[in-house]
Design a protein around this ligand. Structure first.
Ligand SMILES: NC(=O)c1ccc[n+]([C@@H]2O[C@H](COP(=O)([O-])OP(=O)(O)OC[C@H]3O[C@@H](n4cnc5c(N)ncnc54)[C@H](O)[C@@H]3O)[C@@H](O)[C@H]2O)c1
Length: 370
């Protein structure tokens, strides 16, 4: 939707880029941007914490620094803003960027609720500016290869899948003020950790049609869940189990999809290369499946650099950058579906999570679900 009175910026040759939030994750954004100097010029950074801002801008030689994002938007007029702030800031900051004519690449989770993400999508212009969510696992060549083979029919129908995020975060991790709270993080490992793998699962399997889930707080002192599990059905007929845990001493991120003609597996922790993927053809399909696998895309690790290259190139071509608002909404709807199902002990379909309903407005549905 075009905002009345807003002018759509021309994408110049080199994008003018700014970073907001100069904490832990921002360096991955800046290092990616600095590896593409012909495409993007990193001109400014903003943070409310002057010490973080000073250390960060000195380290990366960023010329303009601001304590206030709105002032930066007015003075710098960037084409693209990377939002590396805590989740509770994302909704307001994305809307401010879009209103100023800048596209935004926002760290996951894109906001605290479906309501907020839909508002952000409504504030996009048909020809930009747009927002994209940083979900880096879609962009490694392994994921792109599986997607291409599945789309080309080389693997047959997807039948059954597993999507496990078994991570470990101790109590000190959740003692950071914004973590593990509904009003600042929007959820626990479903929203903050397993969301990466669930986003990748959706990128590979498409639209989901129902979910039933359980969530618990088993071991950490925090407001939200520390583990959730779910069963998901997909429009293409596949079914999947999901685990989102921050309680698992042997950490692993695992996705397995059994297609008719092959099992595809990904084992990694926080990012993967081609070697983290394996394929096991079904009897009788060895030659065809192995040949297609060998011929597929290769050579790109998952990570911020891989996605940021796609985002910059899309914006230079005046196209919506990935992961688009529609894709972000689908993933966030699944997160909301897991919370709604766990809190109400029943199966949820995506159409129930609509404007005005409890779990659309807030991930915990407005109460204290467990
Ligand atoms: N994609 C990934 O793999 C990944 C990994 C870790 C974290 N993240 C996400 O990145 C985001 C940031 O996480 P982090 O660990 O870097 O947090 P952090 O607390 O280390 O850094 C956040 C920074 O934002 C600044 N900030 C807070 N409010 C601000 C405001 N209003 N204006 C400007 N700056 C403000 C803080 O001062 C701080 O410097 C979160 O959404 C988190 O979920 C993503």
């Amino acid at each position: 939707m075009q905002i009345p009175g807003q002018t759509v910026p021309e994408a110049p040759d080199r994008l003018r880029v700014a970073v907001v939030g100069t904490g832990n994750i921002a360096r991955f954004h800046v290092e990616a941007l600095q590896s593409m100097p012909d495409d993007a010029a990193l001109t400014a950074a903003a943070d409310v914490d002057p010490d973080n801002l000073a250390v960060f801008t000195d380290r990366y030689g960023i010329p303009q620094r601001f304590g206030d994002m709105d002032r930066m938007l007015r003075e710098v007029q960037p084409d693209l803003v990377h939002l590396c702030t805590p989740p509770g800031m994302h909704h307001g900051q994305v809307k401010a960027c879009l209103a100023a004519g800048a596209s935004a690449l926002v760290e996951k989770p894109p906001a605290l609720s479906l309501a907020e993400v839909e508002e952000m999508a409504d504030a996009e212009g048909a020809q930009g500016p747009w927002f994209a969510t940083l979900f880096q696992h879609r962009f490694g060549s392994g994921a792109r290869r599986v997607r291409a083979l599945a789309d080309a029919g080389e693997l047959g129908r997807p039948l059954v899948a597993v999507c496990h995020t078994h991570w470990f975060r101790d109590q000190a991790y959740f003692d950071v003020p914004w973590r593990g709270r509904w009003d600042t993080e929007g959820g626990g490992p479903t929203m903050g950790h397993g969301i990466h793998q669930m986003d990748l699962l959706l990128a590979l399997l498409g639209d989901w049609t129902e979910v039933s889930a359980t969530a618990r707080r088993q071991a950490r002192s925090m407001e939200t869940e520390d583990v959730s599990i779910g069963h998901i059905s997909f429009a293409n007929g596949a079914v999947a189990t999901v685990v989102n845990s921050v309680l698992s001493p042997r950490e692993e991120s695992y996705i397995r999809i059994d297609f008719e003609r092959a099992t595809v597996e990904l084992r990694h922790l926080y990012g993967y290369g081609d070697d983290n993927w394996t394929i096991t053809p079904a009897p009788g399909f060895e030659e065809q499946v192995n040949a297609a696998w060998e011929a597929g895309e290769s050579g790109t690790n998952s990570g911020h650099s891989a996605q940021i290259a796609h985002v910059v190139s899309a914006l230079r071509a005046k196209e919506p950058p990935p992961v688009t608002s529609a894709d972000s909404l689908r993933t966030m709807r699944l997160v909301a579906g897991i919370y709604a199902s766990a809190a109400q002990h029943r199966t949820i379909i995506p159409g129930e999570l609509r404007r005005g309903t409890r779990f659309y407005e807030r991930m915990h549905g407005g109460g204290s679900p467990w």
